[in-house]
Design a protein around this ligand. Structure first.
Ligand SMILES: [Zn+2]
Length: 446
C-alpha cells in the first residue's frame, strides 16, 4: 500500500517511478523519398557530407500510407500500455489481458511506453520544409540550419535504454489473399562469419560453405536486387555488415560504387568509433575499415559487442530455434495479434491471418539497439482483406501489440492451443545481470 502511495506521488509530480520496464514502439518510416537522395536521404556520411541512401518512405497503396497507419496503431497501443501506470487504468488493462489468459501474479505491473518518432512529415511540413525528413531518419544527420549533428530514430531509441523495442511495418510483397503477417529478423556474428570464411576459401570449400548455408535456418535470405541469388544476397548483406560496401553479384568482390556507410558509427551509442579512428584505419589490411572482405578483421568495441553473448541471445537460437529473443518476441506479437482478431470476434482460428516465414536480412533497428527488438510486418496490403483491415481494425492490431508487450515482459498464462501465444516472458535477467552490468542500460555508457 505504501508503495502504491509513493507511485501515485511520483506520477502526480511528473517524475518517473524508480523502476519499470521501458518499451519503445517504433512505427516505420514517416518522411518522403525526395530527390536527390544525397541531399534528403538517410545514412549521412560525415566524411563526404552527403546522404548515402534513399529515404525509405514505406508502402503506399490506394490511400493507405504505411507511415500513417503504423503510427496510429503505435499510438493506440501506447494508450493501452499507459493504462498500466494508474490505478484505474490497471483495472481496465486487467480486463483486456483476461481475454487472452491469466495474469501470472495477480497484479498488473507498470510499463513506461514511448513512440520512436513524431507522427509524420505532413504534420510538421511548414516548420521543416527545407528538410522534411529531419525527424524521421533512422541514422544521425546534420541540422540543415546549424550543421550540428542531430540524433536519428535509432539513437533516440538507444537514449531511452529500453528493454523492448517493437518495430511495426506493413508491406506490399506478395501474400495469400486471406492476409498474412511475418517477423523480420537478423542473425548474429556467428552466422555472418560464414562470409569471412567464404572469401578466404578455395573453390571446394566455397561449395561446401554455400551448400551448408542453403541447408541452414537462414537459407531463405531476403533478395533486394534480382541480380543476386539467395546466397549472394547473404554475401552482399554480410559485406555491408562488415565493411559498409555491397559485394558484386559474385559474392566475393567489393562493389566500390555502392557504399552504405559504417552504420554502427552513424548512431549515438557507446560502440561507435570516432572519425579519427576511421580515418587512421581506413583501407588498411587486417583492420576493421578494410575495403575488401578478405583483409577485414573484426577489431574494436563494436565488433567485441557483435561477438559477445548478449547479441547471440538476441539474434540466434532461442525459443523459436533460431533468431533468438528477437524472433521469439516477434512471433509472440503476431500470435497475440491473431488472437486479438479471434477474441474480439472478427476471426475464427481458421480465418485468422497466417504467419509466413521471416524476412531475413541485415536490418538496422534489430542490430543497432541493445534491447530485445522484435520487428513485424503486421499486414500485407496486396491482400484485399489486410488492406481493408488497415482501415477498419487498427484498434485490434493495437490491442494485440499491447498485450504482447505486457506478456513478453511479465508473462501471461495462455491456453495451450496450437495457435495461442506461448505467454512465456523473455528471460531478461540474463541481460540485466552481466558481469559488465545491465546490457539494456549500458548502450549509451561513455
Ligand atoms: Zn516498412
Amino acid at each position: 500500500m505504501l508503495i502504491r502511495f509513493f507511485l501515485l506521488f511520483v506520477f502526480i509530480f511528473g517524475a518517473t517511478p524508480a523502476f519499470t520496464y521501458r518499451v519503445v514502439l517504433d512505427p516505420g518510416h514517416g518522411g518522403r523519398d525526395l530527390i536527390p537522395y544525397s541531399l534528403y536521404g538517410d545514412k549521412f556520411d560525415r566524411r563526404t557530407g552527403v546522404y548515402l541512401d534513399r529515404f525509405r518512405e514505406g508502402a503506399r497503396v490506394r490511400g493507405v500510407w504505411e507511415f500513417e497507419v503504423m503510427y496510429d496503431i503505435a499510438q493506440k497501443a501506447k494508450a493501452l500500455l499507459d493504462k498500466t501506470t494508474t490505478e484505474e487504468g490497471r483495472r481496465e488493462f486487467k480486463k483486456i489481458l483476461q481475454k487472452y489468459g491469466k495474469i501470472t501474479n495477480g497484479e498488473i505491473e507498470s510499463i513506461e511506453t514511448f513512440i520512436s518518432r513524431p507522427a509524420g512529415y505532413i504534420e510538421s511540413y511548414f516548420e521543416n520544409r527545407d528538410d522534411p525528413n529531419s525527424r524521421f531518419r533512422l541514422y544521425d544527420y546534420p541540422n540543415q540550419k546549424t550543421g550540428a549533428l542531430e540524433m536519428g530514430t535509432i539513437s533516440r531509441i538507444n537514449a531511452l535504454t529500453p528493454e523492448l523495442v517493437i518495430t511495426l511495418h506493413l508491406t506490399h510483397t506478395h501474400a495469400p489473399s486471406e492476409g498474412a503477417m511475418a517477423t523480420v529478423i537478423t542473425p548474429a556474428y556467428k552466422t555472418y562469419k560464414t562470409a569471412l570464411e567464404y572469401v578466404q576459401a578455395n573453390k571446394t570449400e566455397r561449395k561446401r560453405l554455400s551448400n551448408n548455408f542453403a541447408k541452414s535456418v537462414w537459407a531463405n535470405w531476403f533478395i533486394f536486387d534480382d541480380r543476386y541469388k539467395k546466397f549472394s544476397s547473404f554475401m552482399a548483406d554480410a559485406f555491408i555488415y562488415f565493411i559498409g560496401f555491397w559485394s558484386k553479384p559474385n559474392g566475393v568482390q567489393t562493389d566500390y560504387s555502392r557504399f552504405r556507410g559504417y552504420r554502427h558509427n552513424l548512431v549515438t551509442w557507446q560502440y561507435a568509433d570516432s572519425d579519427a579512428i576511421v580515418e587512421s584505419l581506413y583501407a588498411q589490411n587486417g583492420e576493421r575499415y578494410a575495403t575488401n572482405l578478405i583483409s577485414f578483421e573484426p577489431k574494436g568495441k563494436f565488433w567485441e559487442r557483435e561477438k559477445a553473448e548478449p547479441e547471440t541471445w538476441r539474434r540466434e537460437g532461442g525459443p523459436e530455434n533460431f533468431g533468438g529473443d528477437n524472433h521469439y518476441a516477434g512471433m509472440e506479437i503476431l500470435r497475440f495479434v491473431r488472437n486479438a482478431f479471434i477474441v474480439n470476434g472478427v476471426d475464427t482460428q481458421r480465418s485468422a491471418p497466417k504467419i509466413l516465414k521471416p524476412y531475413i536480412s541485415t536490418w538496422a533497428v534489430p542490430t543497432y539497439v541493445n534491447a530485445v527488438a522484435p520487428f513485424v510486418e503486421i499486414a500485407h496490403t496486396v491482400s484485399k482483406r489486410d488492406y481493408l483491415r488497415m482501415a477498419k481494425h487498427r484498434k485490434i492490431y493495437a490491442e494485440g501489440v499491447a498485450v504482447a508487450a505486457y506478456s513478453l515482459l511479465y508473462g501471461l498464462s495462455t491456453p495451450h492451443t496450437k495457435m495461442a501465444a506461448k505467454g512465456k516472458k523473455i528471460d531478461l535477467a540474463k541481460y540485466e545481470n552481466l558481469a559488465s552490468g545491465n546490457y539494456f542500460k549500458q548502450v549509451t555508457r561513455n
